[in-house]
Write a protein that binds this ligand. Sequence first.
Ligand code: ADP
Ligand code: MG
Ligand code: ZN
Length: 490
Amino acid sequence: MKYTPVIGLEIHVELGTKSKMFCSCANNSEERHPNVNICPVCMGHPGTLPVINEEAVRRVVKVGLALHSEIPENSKFDRKNYFYPDLPKGYQISQYDLPLCQGGYLDIDGKRIDITRVHLEEDTGRLMHPKGADYSLVDYNRAGVPLMELVTEPDITSAQEAWRFARELQLLLRYLKVSDADMEKGQMRVEANISLKKDGKMGTKVEIKNLNSFRAVERGIAYEIERQAEVLDGGGKVMQETRGWSEAKSATVSQRTKEEAHDYRYFPEPDLPSLKLGKDIIAGIKAQIPEVPQDRRKRLKEEYQLEDQEIEMFVFYKELGEYFEKAVSELKGWLKAIGQKRKIDKDELSKLTKICANYLISDLQGLLKEASVSVGDLQITPENFAEFITLIYEGKISSKLAKQVLSEMFSSGADPSHIIEEKGLNQIVDESELEEIIKEVVSKNPKAAEDFQKGKGNSLQFLMGQVMAQTKGKANPELTAKILQKVLTK
Ligand code: ADP
Ligand code: MG
Ligand code: ZN
């Protein structure tokens, strides 16, 4: 392509605080009954006064600190005036020239995306247009909910990169516990500004709204890049406008042009004091920041030498990752116990770690999903899970039996050796015991033994089957094959 896409994002996130931004109404995005979480303050009745939600301010500062933003000591709220039926006050309290956070960055796959600002404002109500009706309905439960807005520099150069940025931001917000940032629930909403650069010359930017899912972010931006390229290729000019992504049409459609742009008549909110954040407050918030995904990725790679895909799973499914780390620490204990019976090589822990990661990501996660149980409610202790892994590693249970044992551990929470004992699942790994059984099977099947000596390979398969039948599948397959060969070639 002869154009370079230039993309900047504006992302709104509803903060998961208990109450709204400027009143004590519940902030409950699950509330289905309309207009129950409202009061004279969030409805903008005359004579009421807003009060700043401290927790909301703390959460935005937390995000800013995690994004390496500067947190100025002075900040304030401003009024953004416009009329729309979902805005009961006729203005939105937002921040104009002194946002809570300035600058900062987020790295995605090694590329740095600069952040312009992060500020705090309030959400609007929600309009509903019943199908076929000649009226609209409005629900103000959402009006006044704390809303964080993050603006990026136009550093993004593809639809895929925008998608990655949104994903990474969502993950960070979840780690910081400031919001679930669920796009399908409208807790995180993305707008994209897109222009095409050619030979170093900037193009006109178009803003895309209604990107309400990660898929829409990627498809909407990809579509708009194509559309602008076609306009330019045809000798036309890209108009500065706001367009909306239509899922039904799989296209962006014009919503308003530059001429229709609003003048919001911003001015300092007269009903609120300006905000002064002392160094101590900021330091206190900083101390509450946990390990962020970007740091966790690095640490997991260094500590456990996992594949990138495995690391991604343990970073994305944070609790599964924490469980993994606990299990590995238990593995060390089990390995020590094994070391009392035989010599341990120094790479055995990493082999065990690898098996542990595999079983967590595929088998255990499968069981969790199937039963819709979260890792926090898991009955299997990390210690028992680690023991289970050592049993597989030591060949005490085959991979087939392992599935059975794990699903039993999952439902009962019992330890694996107990289950193996109780259900009689233990493999026969004792060589002399197996040899006894094998000799008996061979003497009962002289024809097959003769065939083997004549070079008929499949008679070995037949005898293997007989041993398995005799032991109810408990004979260790590798060991059985080895001993059978030995007995037959004697
Ligand atoms: P506006 O005043 O129109 O809102 P801003 O300067 O506030 O514009 O920028 C809004 C968003 O548009 C930011 O995310 C910014 O990165 C992005 N942006 C700015 N210039 C461009 C451009 N030429 N192409 C694409 N996006 C841009
Ligand atoms: Mg703007
Ligand atoms: Zn209220």
